[in-house]
Write a protein that binds this ligand. Structure first.
Ligand code: UP6
Length: 267
């Protein structure tokens, strides 16, 4: 059972971006990440601006933005700096080291130029971490030097093999343990390892259920309180609401309440 505060946990995390995330969560009283799964640049920037004050992180899928251009990353970075949240590009790298090395730094999206956090599947083995690390080492951008990596230890979707295959999650944790300067946490349904990693959980909505395409939802109370995750990731629950800013505030308050209850140990 984890009673440590986010600030106490920050001291244990080696990656500088992981520490910064925990510190700004405490400062903003927010353990909410919004998944900005909109499909145009204008919608993306508008959503970032609207939910910015409520979130610790904006999770993007750059490759679903129809009109992504070289100004999109810098525009997001400016909003993130002003509202004090991190940018997490949810590219879910899943290839050999040499390929992901190009994918993270090149192409249309130049992810390492604007993202603070990236993630990868552990399926290809430790070479995927080496490839991403090489891209970071080669960069001359100060920002890319502090990039933090999350590994997918579990997924939220029904029948996913990370959860179904015995040993998959444990092997993923071992890969992270070996690279703690770079890997600061996991995508998981809850706490799967120690206090020195950060846990981020997608598949969160006000009421539990699904979406007909395999997604499985849990509530903020269950994810933060019972499963002891750290960050709730909410997509459709926020951006499909009539008023995304107001809905983000409600999710932030629910997530924070669940955290405070957990660390205080009272009801
Ligand atoms: N996501 C999951 N499950 C995972 C990993 N990632 O849902 O195991 C991502 C999706 C989406 C967001 O790519 O961007 O989290 C969930 O969105 P939703 O709240 O609209 O379901």
């Amino acid at each position: 059972e984890s009673k440590l505060t986010y600030l106490q946990r920050a001291e244990k995390v080696k990656n500088v971006t992981g520490r910064r995330l925990l510190e700004l969560m405490e400062a903003k009283k927010s353990n909410l990440a919004v998944a900005a799964d909109v499909t145009t640049k204008a919608q993306l920037l508008e959503l970032a601006e609207a939910v910015g004050p409520e979130i610790c992180m904006l999770k993007t899928h750059a490759d679903i933005i129809a009109d992504w251009d070289e100004g999109t990353g810098p525009a997001l970075a400016e909003i993130a700096k002003r509202h004090q949240f991190l940018l997490f590009e949810d590219r879910k790298f899943a290839d050999i080291g040499s390929t992901v090395h190009h994918q993270v730094s090149g192409g249309l999206h130049s992810i390492s130029k604007w993202a603070h956090v990236i993630n990868a599947h552990s399926m290809p083995g430790p070479g995927i971490i080496s490839g991403l690390k090489k891209a970071v080492a080669e960069t001359d951008s100060e920002m890319a030097k502090s990039l933090g990596l999350l590994l997918l230890a579990e997924m939220s979707s029904e029948g996913n093999l990370a959860t179904a295959l015995p040993g998959y999650t444990q092997k993923t944790i071992e890969m992270a343990e070996a690279e703690k300067e770079f890997v600061f946490g996991f995508i998981s349904t809850g706490r799967v390892a120690g206090d020195d990693f950060v846990y981020l959980t997608p598949g969160v909505k006000k009421s539990a259920g699904g979406d007909g395409l395999g997604q499985q939802y849990n509530t903020p109370e269950k994810v933060i309180g019972e499963k002891e995750s750290d960050v709730i990731i909410v997509g459709r629950g926020v951006y499909q609401a009539d008023n995304p800013a107001k809905e983000a505030k409600a999710y932030r308050e629910a997530g924070w309440r669940a955290y405070e209850t957990r660390v205080s140990g009272s009801q």
